[in-house]
Design a protein around this ligand. Structure first.
Ligand SMILES: C[S@@+](CC[C@H](N)C(=O)[O-])C[C@H]1O[C@@H](n2cnc3c(N)ncnc32)[C@H](O)[C@@H]1O
Length: 265
């Protein structure tokens, strides 16, 4: 398709990695927004306008998120996964891959603060997203009350400061626990991770792209590491499924499998 070729040249991004229906929906939405009638007219705009290619690429980044999204997953991380990791580790390295505006990594920071309490455990959270605007919003740390709806009043009072009727600022004590960086999951340099959360990111990517990301996660995780994916995501039927064990199917939580120290795939 001509649009994909132009995008490859102008942005260096390969659009084939996205699922076709998703790609078509985003391109159609953009065509409607700029008022062009068909694909060839839009291709001309992508060629001639210096900003349109990056605007189109940004529209592939869906930033919907909230604190403790799917709260039963967070309950399970708090009661089972984090205590299990802490049995063998005195320091914790966590990667929130595709963190959007920060709700997920800040939820991790709050959860760890609550679970660890006064114990002598050091942890760090790396949070990355391909979208620079999302990273900037995350660093600012202002959130509407709607985004906090899964948190108890006690947790909100402890970790947030109201700015006005409907907006809260995450407290500095939590902010400083998360290091935000812009970057694509596939090329981001990171290693020796105990827990990766990559939720509601891969749903937009086709199977070969997902396989590549899972392979990267396998390499990135320590041998006793865990991966949490989104509720609508799965490794079922994928080659990567042989490199992880789905230990909590409802929560979509996987543990890394190691075969003679090598990746099974
Ligand atoms: C729907 S949000 C999910 C946010 C959070 N993980 C959650 O579950 O609530 C998906 C995020 O993934 C990011 N994303 C998509 N592809 C990415 C990639 N290849 N590398 C890094 N981030 C990516 C998007 O920019 C978007 O902010």
């Amino acid at each position: 398709m001509l649009i994909e070729k132009i995008m490859q040249v102008k942005t260096g991004k390969d659009l084939h990695q996205f699922k076709r229906p998703f790609l078509n929906r985003r391109i159609n939405a953009r065509m409607k927004a700029v008022g062009v009638r068909d694909g060839s007219e839009y291709a001309k705009l992508l060629e001639s306008d210096s900003t349109e290619p990056s605007i189109l690429f940004k529209s592939f980044s869906i930033n919907v998120t909230e604190f403790y999204r799917d709260s039963f997953v967070w309950e399970c991380m708090s009661s089972k996964i984090i205590p299990q990791i802490l049995k063998n580790n005195k320091t914790l390295q966590i990667w929130s891959a595709g963190c959007a505006s920060g709700e997920e990594p800040y939820s991790l920071a709050i959860l760890l603060r609550e679970v660890i309490g006064t114990k002598n455990v050091k942890f760090s959270i790396i949070a990355t997203d391909i979208n620079t605007d999302a990273i900037n919003r995350a660093k600012k740390g202002h959130y509407l009350s709607q985004s906090l709806k899964n948190l108890t009043p006690g947790v909100i009072a402890k970790y947030f400061t109201p700015i006005n009727n409907d907006t809260y600022q995450i407290n500095e004590s939590i902010k400083q626990l998360v290091a935000f960086q812009q970057g694509d999951i596939i090329s981001f340099p990171v290693e020796r991770i105990n827990l990766i959360t990559c939720r509601n990111v891969l749903i937009y990517y086709d199977k070969p792209a997902q396989e590549l990301v899972f392979k990267k996660f396998h390499k990135t995780l320590n041998d006793d590491g865990y991966l949490v994916i989104g509720q609508d995501e799965t490794m079922m039927g994928m080659t990567s499924g042989k490199s992880f064990s789905c230990i909590l199917p409802r929560e979509r939580i996987y543990s890394k499998l190691v075969s003679g120290g090598n990746l099974v795939v």
